[in-house]
Design a protein around this ligand. Structure first.
Ligand code: NDP
Ligand code: OXD
Length: 310
């Protein structure tokens, strides 16, 4: 028997119930806190589950994240040690990420930030064109999302490179890894796109000192987690003009507080964590396929290496 305990304050429970009971006939879908007999529940499907959720479910085989990120699970004080932790792999998010990244890249590549400021100031002044092939884009993280973003930007003719933990080859992209690789990637990134998971290694990674390794006038696009790009450093490099601007979709505290300096900053564009939203159809299909495979003792995609944090 398959019984799934579900919790999310931000997803559509009715839609997940309809999809999963259709894809897994006979499965029992239980919405926290109405979980029935806890001994029967063998899977969890969650986004930011509350305290008390995991201790109430002692027989979980696997905990599925309703997103690609699992920092909300790995920092949960009651996460069970023996259950598999599983993230979504693309599941319809990669094309959305690519659209957002492309929008932000074109914004800076075609000087839309400068023309908007000039329009407000009543100015009429063309800036010199830069060929697409001369615009260097760096992507931190070439996983399910970063590799798709990189491939699509490269297909448009941008000069794209990526940085990963282990050596990785993505066709059409220059690749870097490790600490020296990060220095080299930063030095050649006019536009830096962050698509790393939040782990003990990436938390606070992009300090002011690191941001100053970017070329003068570079821009940053953070699509991953706010804590990877500390606020004080970003504000400092924007203030003295080392960076020209930032697109930020993710923040240390969400919703971003009303009085936060990012809110009114002339060189920062913010969006409310929507770069790639979880789509019920592909997400439920991926979870259902994985449950079927686990029930047949077969391996599944997206299993998190707890030691590595992603
Ligand atoms: P993956 O796990 O598929 O890829 C992670 C990538 O980051 C890999 O290339 C990995 O390297 C690299 N990486 C991890 N740690 C390090 C490190 N210490 N140094 C260098 N590289 C590192 O993740 P996804 O692509 O699926 O997702 C990335 C993140 O995007 C999620 O964790 C989540 O935080 C965020 N996200 C944001 C959304 C939004 O709407 N804003 C929506 C969905 C996700 P390697 O290849 O060597 O393993
Ligand atoms: C995710 C997210 O991790 O929405 O999927 O941030």
């Amino acid at each position: 028997m398959v019984a799934i305990a579900y919790f999310s304050a931000s997803d559509n429970a009715d839609a997940y119930q309809a999809e999963l009971t259709r894809l897994l006939p006979g499965c029992s879908f239980r919405r926290w806190p109405d979980i029935g007999d806890p001994a029967e529940v063998n899977y969890a499907l969650v986004w930011k589950p509350p305290i008390g959720f995991f201790p109430a479910l002692p027989h979980l085989k696997a905990v599925f994240s309703l997103g690609a990120g699992v920092d909300h699970l790995l920092t949960h004080p009651e996460l069970p040690n023996d259950a598999l932790i599983v993230r979504l792999v693309d599941a319809g998010m990669a094309p959305q990420m690519a659209e957002y990244a492309l929008y932000a890249a074109l914004h800076y590549h075609r000087d839309m930030d400068r023309y908007a400021a000039d329009q407000a100031a009543g100015l009429w002044q063309p800036y010199p064109a830069v060929a697409t092939a001369d615009r260097r884009i760096g992507i931190l993280g070439l996983g399910a999302l970063g590799s798709e973003v990189g491939s699509r930007l490269a297909a448009l003719g941008f000069d794209v490179a990526g940085w990963t933990r282990s050596p990785r080859d993505v066709p059409g992209l220059e690749s870097f890894h490790g600490a020296d690789g990060l220095e080299a990637l930063l030095a050649r990134s006019d536009i830096l796109i962050i698509l790393l998971p939040l782990t003990s290694e990436t938390r606070g990674l992009l300090t002011e000192e690191k941001l100053r390794r970017l070329p003068q006038g570079a821009a940053v696009v953070n699509l991953a987690r706010g804590a990877i790009l500390p606020e004080a450093g970003l504000l400092a490099v924007l203030k003295d003009g080392h960076l020209r601007g930032a697109f930020l979709d993710v923040f240390d505290t969400e919703p971003l507080p009303a009085d936060h300096p990012y809110r009114q900053h002339p060189n920062i564009r913010i969006t409310p964590h929507i770069a790639a939203q979880t789509l019920v159809g592909p997400a439920a299909a991926q979870v259902a396929a994985s449950i079927r495979r686990l029930e047949a003792n077969m391996p599944i995609p997206g299993v998190v290496a707890r030691q590595e944090g992603y």
